[in-house]
Design a protein around this ligand. Structure first.
Ligand code: G16
Length: 546
């Protein structure tokens, strides 16, 4: 590395000393912590992003400042690879190393070694990083730190693309690197065009379109939906929790809250009984639906989580492939879930004869497995997911559009699949595009949210989190269904599970919060609650509570 380059990093890193006694890890979805601790980390991820761009022939890399579902005082940073997917996992150890380098000299030495090992032509310059942020108050300050990091790699450019949802940034990065139109307006235009195309392909409009109530989590998603709905016909959305009325990001609102607590978010109540409602999370990469079944249910909701969205999508895609006939049946349609998937949802998709595979928590793991199919649908129960179409299957579809006569059933089915591939974000789970696809499918089927919910009945489940002194003491198997450490805990969990009919439970360390997560399923809600609580007690007794 040249002296001028070394001097540039040494000088800028003096501006961002590392806070004492903090050890950060890239985790499930980038670095996350209290925002006051993150400037040095974000600055260093800026450097990493420039290097990643240079390593991939100056393709554009994305850097997103968000802590998604976490509380408003937290923030975080994650990197989008040029494909629009998550940062290659091969680079995560380097991210961990530089984030924790204790001095500017150590930082430079780590970078120097890495540049040599990866043969990055750092002296050539020409890296480009697009920087986005959500609505957190700390976002702007952190974005400045990221810019300085990017530019400290001499010759690299930082482009501030403003306040965006995480999936918007991933989409834009992907589009730009494919040589397509890639502004935020292009993103909206793409959604509007493909949504309209799918609406026009509905055989008969079987249902009155009722208003959808959207909980925007007081974050960026509600704000972007306000823009989008201005361009859409055939969809009536009332947006609540926009953040403008004094509500706090993710506090008593949003997809994570609704999915974990299964209660109504703030701003919703008895007046909304029976209405179709949806919730985004803080950066709009997660989507869940819900409805309030009756006035007498108190604050309880019927939840339609990521598993139910996945099932709806699978049903629709399968229907189109069946219409295409024998050739359509050649398509390898598969589903990817995690250990959190409700057992009833897995049974449901298996009954459709779909291949189901399991991955570790974190979209980066699911995405990878979904890419192995012609059409891979992946969803986490928390509402994070999308549908991936392989390039070869897409070109086959486009070819068939020419072969089949226009207006025929087969032509329509093929056109629907092509439109779905345009609508649904191919880079990452996206609440805005996911919502549009759910809405179009409900209209296509002529279904209410209640009818959709009847696809299968969830096994009762409960999730709790336990604060412990050191969550890394929990080590699990690759699919996270069994704990390998601390020794003996899995036997104790198994003994608890045996006490319940249809009992299932597992523990895993969170990659985004300082907690151990507990998931339990059983044949009644009381049993699921009780199993979750006893497993949580085991976690406390093996790890201590903080
Ligand atoms: C992130 C990841 C998700 C993951 C979630 C929870 O979501 O993108 O794939 O399911 O964290 O992870 P953990 O249980 O490890 O805390 P988000 O929406 O917070 O970015």
């Amino acid at each position: 590395m040249e002296e001028t380059q070394i001097a540039s990093i040494l000088k800028s890193s003096e501006l961002y000393p590392i806070p004492q006694s903090v050890k950060l890890s890239y985790g499930t979805a980038g670095f996350r912590a209290d925002a006051s601790l993150l400037e040095s980390t974000v600055y260093r991820v800026g450097i990493l992003s420039s290097l990643r761009s240079l390593n991939l022939k100056s393709s554009i890399v994305g850097l997103m400042i968000t802590a998604s579902h976490n509380k408003v005082s937290d923030n975080g940073v994650k990197v989008s690879d040029p494909s629009g997917g998550m940062l290659s996992q091969e680079w995560e150890p380097f991210a961990d190393q530089i984030a924790n380098a204790s001095s500017p000299r150590e930082l430079v030495s780590l970078i120097k070694d890495f540049v040599e090992k990866e043969e990055i032509a750092i002296e050539k310059g020409g890296g480009e990083v697009w920087l986005g942020r959500d609505t957190r108050p700390s976002g702007e300050r952190l974005l400045r730190a990221a810019e300085i990091g990017v530019r400290s790699v001499l010759g690299s450019v930082a482009v501030d693309v403003g306040v965006l949802t995480t999936p918007q940034l991933h989409w834009m990065v992907r589009a730009k690197n494919k040589g397509l139109k890639a502004t935020e307006s292009d993103y909206f235009e793409n959604l509007v065009t493909s949504f309209k195309c799918l609406i026009d392909l509905i055989p008969v409009n079987k249902v009155e379109i009722s208003t959808l109530l959207l909980d925007g989590a007081n974050g960026v998603g509600g704000m972007k939906m306000e823009v989008l709905r201005g361009f859409l016909s055939n969809l009536d959305v009332e947006i609540r929790n926009t953040g403008r009325d004094g509500g706090v990001l993710n506090e008593g609102v949003g997809a994570d809250f609704v999915q974990k607590e299964k209660v109504v978010p703030l701003g919703f109540g008895v007046k909304d009984v029976g209405m179709r409602c949806a919730s985004f999370d803080g950066d709009a990469d997660r989507l869940v639906y819900f409805y309030i079944p009756s006035e007498s249910c108190g604050d309880k909701v019927e939840l339609l989580d990521g598993d139910k969205i996945l099932s709806l999508f699978a049903l629709y895609i399968k229907e189109q492939l069946n219409i295409i006939g024998d050739e359509g049946k050649q398509c390898r349609l598969g589903v990817v879930q995690t250990a959190y998937a409700n057992g009833a949802s897995t049974d449901y998709v298996k009954e459709m004869w779909l291949e189901v595979v399991f991955a570790k928590t974190g979209v980066k793991h699911l995405h990878e497995k979904a890419e192995e199919f012609d059409v891979g649908i992946y969803f986490e129960a928390n509402g994070h997911g999308t549908i991936l179409f392989s390039e070869s299957f897409l070109s086959w579809l486009v070819g068939k559009q020419k072969d089949y006569s226009e207006g025929s059933d087969k032509h329509n089915a093929v056109s629907r699949l092509v439109a779905v591939s345009n609508l649904i974000n191919q880079a990452v789970g996206d609440a805005l595009s996911g919502l549009l696809l759910v809405e179009v499918i409900l209209q296509h089927m002529g279904w209410s949210v209640q009818k959709w919910n009847e696809l299968y009945k969830d096994l009762p489940s409960r999730q709790v989190k336990v604060e412990v002194p050191d969550r890394t003491a929990v080590v699990t198997t690759s699919e996270e269904t069994e704990a390998l450490k601390p020794l003996g805990i899995q036997d104790a969990i198994n003994a608890e599970i045996k006490k319940y009919q249809h009992g299932r439970a597992f523990i895993r360390p969170s990659g985004t919060e300082d907690v151990v997560r507990v998931y339990a399923e059983a044949s009644t809600q009381e049993d699921a609650d009780s199993l979750a609580n006893s497993v949580a007690q085991l976690v406390k007794s093996f790890l201590g509570s903080s």
